[in-house]
Design a protein around this ligand. Structure first.
Ligand code: ADE
Ligand code: ZN
Length: 336
């Protein structure tokens, strides 16, 4: 399988953890066409460049339409293993030492791909990641919030045989009109099963959805959360409870959550005392992997070296790593 050659930054990147990364969002055009050919799938684009030209988004939904459509090429265990391995090779070049990786089972089961195929394929690459790429990993199973609460419950039950491979549950897809409260029951089941909980909230949706994720779903982290700044009391709560926020700057620009990277609220979030991390979300679509996001915010927002180190440090602090491994990575960062 021809994989794209990983793009290495010109500098030696800081060691970091990637905590907000949709594996389906790492499907690069080259791999998409190779998998299409392998599986006899016809894409509605003649060339990789034609496909790339479609990467112009007006909002989250316009991106999701293409993101779900392109998943048609992912069919077999090998496809999911190749996808994850290609991501890990790139992540290594970007200084990623630990990756907590989202996947969207309903986007595959809806196309007739069994959840076992998805989990076994991803697990094959993740299980070999330490040896092949020097990266530790965790898997986070996301529910599609624009599907029903019953569909999330069915997905959780279908995933039960694989829960030993899954660290946390998450909530993603179209946010507005699909509040966290809809998913209380499935989050309760996940917590009873010993899983951690995260949820996308406050990306396009209001600060009220961040409150719901905290109070009704009991999440350990908020994904995105940039709109928390609209509610002072919410910021105070997030600071007091040290709730991490996995912010995705290049994603926010591409999906028009912010107009310009120079206007990104990241510095305001840091100034407020929030435990912020910088992540790549769907790097194949948004123009950059983990360190590319670090470099972009450094350049656009004038962040100094110490702030970049704080962001890298936060990424390990906010991870679901065991304490011993976390301490080892923090030491590696301190001596970098
Ligand atoms: N699924 C993939 N990327 C996403 C994003 N940025 N927000 C919500 N759902 C997503
Ligand atoms: Zn996301």
């Amino acid at each position: 399988m021809p994989s794209n050659s990983p793009s290495a930054p010109a500098h030696r990147p800081l060691p970091k953890a990637e905590l907000h990364l949709h594996i389906e969002g790492t499907l690069e055009p080259g791999l998409a066409f190779a998998l299409a050919e392998r599986n006899g799938v016809t894409l509605p684009y003649a060339t990789e460049d034609d496909l790339r030209r479609a990467y112009s988004f007006s909002d989250l939904q316009s991106f999701l339409n293409l993101y779900y459509a392109l998943m048609a090429v992912l069919r077999t265990e090998d496809d999911f293993a190749d996808l994850a391995d290609a991501y890990l090779a790139r992540a290594k070049e970007q200084g990623v030492r630990h990756a907590e990786i989202f996947f969207d089972p309903q986007a595959h089961t809806a196309r007739g791909v069994p959840i076992g195929t998805v989990v076994r394929g991803l697990s094959r690459a993740l299980d070999a990641a330490e040896e092949n790429h020097g990266i530790t990993t965790r898997l986070i199973m996301c529910f599609l919030r624009d599907e029903s609460a019953d569909s999330a419950l069915e997905t959780f039950e279908a995933a039960r045989p694989y829960l030993d491979r899954i660290t946390a549950v998450g909530l993603d897809s179209a946010e507005v009109g699909h509040p966290p409260s809809k998913f209380r029951e499935v989050y309760e089941l996940a917590r009873q099963a010993g899983l951690k909980c995260v949820a996308h909230a406050g990306e396009e949706g209001p600060a009220a959805y961040v409150w719901e994720a905290l109070d009704l779903l009991g999440v350990d982290r908020i994904d995105h959360g940039v709109r928390c700044l609209e509610d002072e009391r919410l910021v105070a709560r997030l600071v007091a409870d040290r709730v991490p926020l996995t912010v995705c700057p290049l994603s926010n620009v591409r999906l028009r959550v912010v107009d310009d990277l120079a206007d990104h609220p990241l510095p305001a979030m840091l100034d407020a005392g929030l435990l912020v991390t910088v992540n790549s979300d769907d790097p194949a679509y948004f123009g950059g992997y983990a360190d590319d996001n670090f470099t972009a915010v450094r350049d656009a927002l004038g962040l100094d070296e110490e702030t970049l180190r704080t962001l890298a440090r936060n990424s390990f602090l906010a991870s679901f790593l065991d304490e011993e491994t976390r301490a080892a990575y923090l030491k590696e960062l301190d001596t970098f």
